[in-house]
Design a protein around this ligand. Structure first.
Ligand SMILES: Nc1ncnc2c1ncn2[C@@H]1O[C@H](COP(=O)(O)OP(=O)(O)O)[C@@H](O)[C@H]1O
Length: 190
């Protein structure tokens, strides 16, 4: 069982890399952002709730996110491992993930951060907003708010995973293939 947390600021390339890594390492890719967007598109109760937070650039409350994540993991208990993308994003989420995985005698194998400079990332998101239709990518104020959420709530997870000796980081700037090979170097040594 290999469980990898892909970590990084909005726009760092987690989703792009996850698409490649899930095939390469036969992992189930769980993106909380994608799951929320799927629910928003289908106008489910979860989608309606999430929308009010996401469209402002705020995080969705922990309880909602954690329950959703657990039910997604439960659908794949025969998996070779998971690639968590966009989760955990807060300390309570990270603690809940550890506790939940422990009930299955699993654990987080490693957390790998994609590092990139804020200004590069804001430009990437604005560019993505032109074609993605994502409301949270089209407005610089919403994007800045996501960075504030990241700095305040998500950045402390670096210490959390460093404390567990599981934190790795790679340079997220470069060609997609280049970044994939940096990530693979870390994964191959786990
Ligand atoms: N683990 C989470 N906890 C709370 N909210 C989340 C989580 N994952 C995603 N979201 C919500 O969905 C939005 C989009 O997520 P994602 O696609 O991962 O974004 P980004 O491109 O900003 O990294 C976030 O800004 C947040 O509102």
């Amino acid at each position: 069982m290999t469980n990898i947390v892909l970590f990084g600021k909005p726009g760092a390339g987690k989703g792009t890399q996850a698409e490649v890594l899930k095939e390469k390492y036969d992992l189930i890719h769980l993106s909380t952002g994608d799951i929320f967007r799927f629910n928003m598109k289908n106008d489910t109760e979860l989608g309606k709730l999430a929308k009010s937070y996401i469209n402002k650039g705020d995080l969705v409350p922990d309880e909602v996110t954690i329950n959703m994540l657990k039910s997604e993991v439960e659908k794949h208990t025969d998996a070779n491992g998971f690639l968590f993308d966009g989760f955990p994003r807060t300390t309570p989420q990270a603690e809940a993930l550890d506790a939940f995985l422990a009930t299955k005698e699993w654990k987080v194998t490693a957390t790998i951060a994609l590092e990139a400079d804020d200004e590069v990332l804001v430009q990437r998101l604005l560019e993505r907003g032109k074609t993605s239709g994502r409301a949270d990518d089209q407005d610089e104020a919403k994007i800045r708010n996501r960075y504030e959420e990241y700095n305040e709530k998500t950045a402390p997870l670096i210490d959390f995973y460093q404390g567990q000796g599981k934190f790795h980081s790679v340079n997220g700037i470069g060609e997609i293939e280049e970044v994939t090979s940096r990530l693979s170097e870390v994964i191959d040594q786990l």
